[in-house]
Design a protein around this ligand. Structure first.
Ligand SMILES: *Cc1c(COP(=O)(O)O)cnc(C)c1O
Length: 382
């Protein structure tokens, strides 16, 4: 059977296999946390922050961030309309109200103006998302959030290794959260991390993630009812090995994007991920948005590519358009307001960006996409 060109997938070497083998063989009894400690310390150091907590997912990292700040019923939290639902779902877990704001046409991330306009006296937090590795104008967003005393969670699940104004993605907010799902740039199979410089949030999150136990306290002495969010030492070992290869993994993502840019960058019909000046995009997903004039929607293009053995993913649907949120007043407001989100989401697709994509694969994908676009240009030009 012909090889399918995958949209996402990891790079695993002997280093990962050796660390995981060591963890499963030796990290029990008094050594149970050896890889957690190393992984957390190395991850915090990589991002230049004080604290890191290894977790079972990014979703749990967002949940803990909100819960540690005490956000709950009656509060509002702002998210960009276009993102994976995991960015927003934890707002429901704590009983707060989700508010969807628009994104910018050039960054595909949260619009500074749309954010500012959505703040009300009930707003308590904002979850900024670094979409596909792209960076928002996050310094401006953090400044506005500070003026209003809002908690800033930077969802850097897709942006491990991106840089904005010399600072690593994930280090801009009160907390930064990452995913190590199998599709992400670095993986632990399933997993996540919460990073922060705020010791109060860190200490609170440590209690909340362990059934209300204070670290170092008397055994089985729960001070409150809370959550259980941990990863295994095998996952931590895998994560440490991946982190030690960070620049290689990010380099591969950037190389894959550079191939698409060389092949597709000249087409006036295709827009690829932006990279803000002076920043570094780690291009988790090389993503193409086709011009509205072509009159083609993402599903059509995806189907045509799939017939040629090419896997793609649709640009995220605006959350406010999904059945999960459809009937909420905030979703109705968002549908009327978030024009850019709806335009991008209709015409965008993630190109194969798995870490095993080769130059030939990328050439085949680009060739197919250019052909599909060319087949509709005459109609578009009429
Ligand atoms: C993958 C992803 C998450 C969720 O990560 P999990 O580890 O699956 O919980 C959250 N936010 C964004 C933007 C993501 O892409």
């Amino acid at each position: 059977m012909a090889k399918r060109i995958s949209v996402a997938g990891p790079s695993i070497t002997q280093r990962e296999i050796d660390y995981v083998t060591d963890a499963v063989t030796n990290c029990w009894y008094g050594d149970a946390n050896r890889y957690h400690d190393r992984f957390e310390q190395a991850f915090a150091a990589y991002h230049g922050v004080k604290h890191a907590i290894a977790l079972p997912s990014c979703t749990s990292a967002i949940h803990l961030s909100l819960a540690a700040e005490g956000i709950g019923p009656g509060d509002q939290v702002i998210v960009p309309d276009v993102t994976w639902i995991a960015s927003a779902a934890p707002i429901d877990y704590v009983g707060a109200e989700v508010v969807f704001v628009d994104v910018e046409p050039d960054t595909w991330c949260m619009s500074v103006e749309s954010f500012r306009a959505a703040i009300t006296p009930r707003t308590k937090g904002v979850i900024v998302v670094d979409l596909y590795g792209n960076m928002p104008r996050i310094d401006a967003i953090v400044e506005i959030a500070k003026e209003h005393g809002l908690l800033v969670i930077e969802d850097a699940a897709e942006a491990f290794g991106s840089i904005y104004r010399g600072q690593p993605a994930g280090s801009f907010g009160d907390t930064g959260v990452f995913s190590f799902h199998g599709s992400k740039t670095m993986t632990t199979g399933e997993g996540g991390m919460l990073i922060t410089n705020r010791s109060d949030l860190y200490e609170r999150a440590c209690i909340l993630r362990d059934h209300g136990r204070v670290p170092g306290d008397v055994s089985f002495f729960n001070r409150e009812v809370a959550f259980k969010y941990k990863m295994t030492s095998m996952q931590a070992a895998l994560g440490l090995a991946q982190l030690e290869r960070a620049e290689e993994l990010i380099g591969r993502k950037r190389e894959i994007f550079a191939w698409y840019r060389d092949d597709l960058g000249h087409s006036p019909w295709i827009q690829l991920n932006p990279e803000l000046e002076g920043g570094r995009n780690s291009y988790w997903m090389s993503t193409a948005v086709v011009a509205a004039e072509l009159g083609m929607e993402k599903r059509e293009i995806q189907d045509l590519l799939a017939r040629r053995g090419i896997d793609t993913r649709p640009f995220f649907y605006p959350l406010s358009s999904l059945p999960a949120y459809e009937h909420r007043p905030q979703a109705m407001l968002a549908r009327a307001r978030n024009e850019v989100s709806y335009k991008l989401a209709d015409r965008g697709l993630n190109l194969p960006s798995a870490l095993n994509v080769t130059r030939e694969d990328a050439r085949a994908v680009s060739g197919a996409l250019l052909e599909i676009v060319a087949s509709v240009i005459p109609a578009a030009v009429d």
